[in-house]
Design a protein around this ligand. Structure first.
Ligand SMILES: [Zn+2]
Length: 155
């Protein structure tokens, strides 16, 4: 197992009224992902968590399975300020790299939200309405995203 954690340092930089992070250790977050992340932060009235997120890229699919226990149709996993991704070249070949990365980063942004709503809120916001978790979220959601998040924030 490759013991290498890519630490995404979030050094705020004011640019065009967006707070964008600078990346280090050659892990470059695609700009479109940051753009959507910032859009989410704005809509949700949230800020980037003060605890950074570690992003680990598995060196192969077998290692991804070993680390996460997840099947190969799951591109990434978030837990406890850590994101484990399938090898990025594989995610890119499947055309889901940015989608998976954004999804997992949203778990990080929502680290304190009651777990039973996290998946549904994220799929809903990403317009993946066919997921059953979206129904669970929508049954509790009153249409006010910042309020919903505050009232279900447990940390
Ligand atoms: Zn998820």
């Amino acid at each position: 197992m490759k013991i290498l954690l890519l630490l995404v340092m979030l050094i705020p930089l004011t640019l065009n009224s967006f707070t964008v992070p600078l990346e280090i250790n050659s892990f470059t977050l695609p700009y479109t992902v940051w753009e959507k992340l910032n859009y989410f932060l704005e809509e949700a009235s949230l800020t980037i968590p003060s605890t950074p997120v570690y992003i680990y890229e598995a060196s192969n699919l077998y290692e991804f399975y070993e680390l996460t226990g997840m099947p190969y149709d799951i591109g990434g996993v978030y837990f406890d300020f850590t994101i484990i991704l399938q090898p990025i070249h594989i995610l890119k070949r499947k055309g889901v790299y940015e989608k998976v990365l954004l999804h997992e980063l949203l778990h990080w942004i929502l680290y304190g939200l009651d777990e039973k709503y996290q998946e549904g809120l994220i799929y809903w916001w990403l317009k993946e309405y066919e997921r059953k978790e979206v129904d669970d979220f929508l049954s509790a959601f009153d249409g006010n995203l910042p309020n919903f998040i505050i009232s279900h924030w447990i940390e």
